[in-house]
Design a protein around this ligand. Structure first.
Ligand SMILES: Nc1nc2c(ncn2[C@@H]2O[C@H](COP(=O)(O)OP(=O)(O)O)[C@@H](O)[C@H]2O)c(=O)[nH]1
Ligand SMILES: [Mg+2]
Length: 244
């Protein structure tokens, strides 16, 4: 068997931000530390949606500090939602792999190298971080939030049998062409979007690997999950159940 060379692989890390002024310098520092150590080429694309807290100004300072080849700024005028933020980021990416993660420090960059290694080992189309198997975990969430997340995963497992343990997580590595095709085929907005991506991936017979991650609730800033998101999720689930 010929060994595949990974020398041409480049990783585009998409960081959507809305009011992450405290978190951004730390997450960037950590990504740079772990990716420089790992040694593969990468870029970080920050998609800020007009955060009123000055996230973009901090991002500009970080760009000066780390360099324009490493940090790309692709801001938008106003808050247009996560789904379109990803599409916007992909458009400007130069890597053949895309990593999607939150900027609020819930997703620790230490898990990026194991995700890349697992992808390489099995040539997976997608590797997703999982909080729900083999040493993964959730820290800092109250009972209600844990119940919502577990409940959403549990119901989806029963209805759609996607064979992946964490459907609502958003810390993932994708082959770029795979992500593009998935995003084009997804209809939902909001939190259900992450789940639909996995369900569609199964439909297209993409292969998916899982890396256990510990998810830590944000310390700074506010979550954007509200009651309407839960309703949206249930609607999306019923839709997928009826159509896939
Ligand atoms: N660009 C952009 N980023 C967003 C938007 N909504 C949330 N984010 C970012 O997406 C990530 C996840 O959001 P968060 O509120 O932490 O969701 P939660 O972890 O599920 O509570 C964070 O990095 C946010 O700053 C948006 O409308 N536009
Ligand atoms: Mg968060």
């Amino acid at each position: 068997m010929a060994t595949k060379s990974f020398a041409n692989d480049k990783y585009s890390i998409l960081l959507p931000t809305y009011n992450e002024v405290e978190n951004l310098p730390i997450i960037i520092w950590l990504i740079v530390k772990y990716m420089d150590d790992f040694g593969s080429p990468y870029e970080i694309i920050i998609i800020d949606d007009g955060s009123p807290d000055g996230t973009l100004e901090i991002a500009q300072k970080l760009q000066k500090l780390y360099g324009e080849d490493k940090i790309l700024l692709r801001p938008r005028e106003k808050k247009l939602g996560l789904g379109t933020a990803y599409i916007h980021g992909i458009k400007h990416s130069t890597g053949n792999f895309i990593i999607i993660m939150d900027a609020d420090l819930s997703h620790h960059p230490q898990f990026i190298p194991p995700m890349i290694e697992l992808q390489r080992k099995n040539n997976y189309d997608i590797v997703t971080g999982t909080r729900y198997i083999n040493g993964g975990g959730v820290y800092g969430w109250d009972f209600k939030r844990k119940l919502i997340s577990r409940g959403a995963n549990f119901i989806t497992q029963i209805l759609l049998r996607p064979g992946v343990s964490d459907l609502t997580g958003s810390f993932r590595l994708y082959k770029k062409d795979v992500l593009q095709r998935l995003i084009e085929s997804c209809v939902s907005k909001g939190y259900v979007f992450q789940m639909e991506m996995i369900v569609r991936a199964r439909q297209f017979s993409y292969t998916i690997g899982e890396v256990p991650i510990s998810f830590v609730d944000r310390v700074y800033g506010e979550s954007k999950l509200g009651g309407s998101e839960i309703i949206q999720f249930i609607k999306g689930l019923v839709y997928l159940f009826a159509t896939t």
